[in-house]
Design a protein around this ligand. Structure first.
Ligand code: ZN
Ligand code: ZN
Length: 374
């Protein structure tokens, strides 16, 4: 099954002609999950090969506008493009994010008299005290969502930290488990860990033929890990004829942060195939990055190192860092301190010897996440 990540916006603070505000799509066969939805995400989607109507789940890392202001508009446009005569009723769009998101979306949709042709539900994560300075914590009166639901809104869950694992379990299905983890930022922020389930290894057909086994129900039993006894009395165990299981992929997408909070995040992200981490400013601006709850390439690299990540993708760049594409034809390309490649160099320097690959996110970059065949 194919899986890839498409970056729709890689700039911090606001969308510019050079970089869109934060948004990326994790695509698996048939489904698109949107992570963050800064202003302008819908136009970025239109310019990409992706279809907004394929988005089934949305994950919002934190409530800063550069990650959120695009959401009401995107939902309205998806609705405009819905077919009201479709034979099947539209599926509910599940939206996950910090406490306050339900009210934000409800007020935006109600005050603009926006009706949707599909239902939606907002599942809220309850932040903990240590995720921001005191002034970044919202008054419960502001986040209260006990009033009337929007006509297309379905009741969502309120998800608390699981103190045993030190993370939040958002959902589990046949293919994936999705967890959220705590991050420190100016306001409470979260990361998301998408873990694909391992899949059973393929049957070694040649070996089966040698044993005289014909295709049929016995194949299924062996694939499911059962031993079978042949007419001859010979016992065939799955290890004889089934190749090793294919490990599920793990993709971790972190919101704005200057650090992880607690022990859980590094555990949950351990061995990630891809870690998407912000690197808003270069090492020379570390103080300023910290002051705003952001990271530098060395800080992102330290997280990748602690999690033993295969690939570290840097994103959420200050708008001072122009994209590589525009740099190529630019006279000003002097390799100076506003060169985005400097961020990559700094992360690589901090990861030397680890084998972790560093990638710079760019708007419309699609990064495949291949299966790890043993
Ligand atoms: Zn941001
Ligand atoms: Zn932020």
């Amino acid at each position: 099954m194919s899986m890839d990540i498409t970056f729709l916006g890689t700039g911090s603070a606001y969308p510019s002609p050079h970089r869109g505000a934060s948004a990326l799509v994790l695509r698996t066969e048939g489904e698109c999950w949107l992570f963050d939805c800064g202003e302008g995400t819908q136009t970025q989607l239109m310019r990409s090969p992706l279809k907004a109507s394929k988005i089934t789940k949305v994950f919002i890392s934190h409530l800063h506008g550069d990650h959120l202001f695009g959401l009401p508009g995107l939902l309205c446009t998806v609705s405009l493009n819905c077919n009201p005569q479709a034979s099947q009723p539209p599926a509910c769009v599940d939206i996950y994010g910090p406490q306050g998101l339900r009210r934000f979306l409800r007020v935006a949709l109600v005050l603009s008299s926006s009706q949707l042709l599909f239902p939606y539900a907002v599942h809220e994560l309850v932040p903990c005290g240590g995720q921001s300075p005191a002034e970044g914590q919202l008054d419960p009166r502001v986040t209260d969502s006990s009033d009337q639901l929007h006509p297309q809104e379905q009741p969502g869950q309120t998800i608390h930290l699981d103190t045993d694992s030190d993370c939040y379990t958002l959902f589990e299905d046949k293919q994936f488990t999705v967890k959220a983890l705590r991050l420190f930022h100016r306001i409470p922020s979260f990361g998301f860990c998408v873990q694909e389930r391992d899949r059973p290894g393929r049957l070694n057909v040649e070996q089966l033929k040698k044993l005289g086994l014909k295709p049929g129900p016995l194949y299924g039993r062996l694939k499911n890990g059962e031993s079978v006894t042949l007419d001859s009395g010979q016992v065939v165990s799955p290890g004889d004829v089934v190749e090793p299981a294919i490990p599920g992929r793990k993709v971790c997408i972190l919101g704005d942060c200057s650090s992880l909070v607690g022990e859980g995040p590094a555990k949950v992200c351990q061995g990630a195939d891809v870690l998407v981490h912000e690197a808003t400013l270069a090492e020379g601006h570390r103080e300023r990055a910290l002051e705003h709850g952001h990271s530098t390439p060395h800080m992102a690299a330290a997280v990748a190192r602690a999690c033993r990540t295969r690939v570290l993708v840097l994103n959420h760049f200050s708008q001072r860092y122009k994209p590589l594409i525009s740099q190529k034809d630019s006279e000003e390309d002097d390799g100076g301190e506003a060169d985005v490649r400097e961020l990559k160099r700094q992360a690589e320097e901090a990861l030397s010897g680890t084998g972790t690959l560093v990638v710079l996110a760019e708007d419309f970059l699609t990064l495949p996440v291949p299966l790890k065949r043993p």
